[in-house]
Design a protein. Structure first.
Length: 99
């Protein structure tokens, strides 16, 4: 039966969303709630390309020092928070005025 299911045609959904869009969305979520469970960032629709985009956005934000990931114990929940001293999503999107 499993082999039969594997032979069924599969629909491929392409998500052309830039990683920057996912990064901005994650920062907006952290503006609303300072600490989020890693799994809470992966909301429906659960399309493979979207999940990969969100994961890459998290990695890019960590690499840039904009967010931090922490885990209290092995196999426990992974938590995401804004890195200390980083700008909010709105501050990052709007450059300071020259007044």
């Amino acid at each position: 039966m499993r082999e039969t299911l594997a032979l069924q045609p599969q629909q491929i959904i392409v998500d052309q969303t830039p990683v920057q869009v996912h990064m901005d969305w994650i920062l907006q979520q952290l503006d609303r709630q300072p600490r989020l469970a890693f799994a809470a960032l992966f909301t429906p629709p659960y399309q493979r390309s979207r999940l990969v985009g969100l994961f890459l956005a998290i990695l890019e934000l960590i690499r840039a020092g904009r967010i931090a990931a922490e885990q209290d114990e092995v196999f426990e929940e992974l938590w995401i928070s804004a890195a200390p001293g980083t700008k909010s999503a709105e501050d990052a999107a709007c450059p300071p005025s020259g007044n």
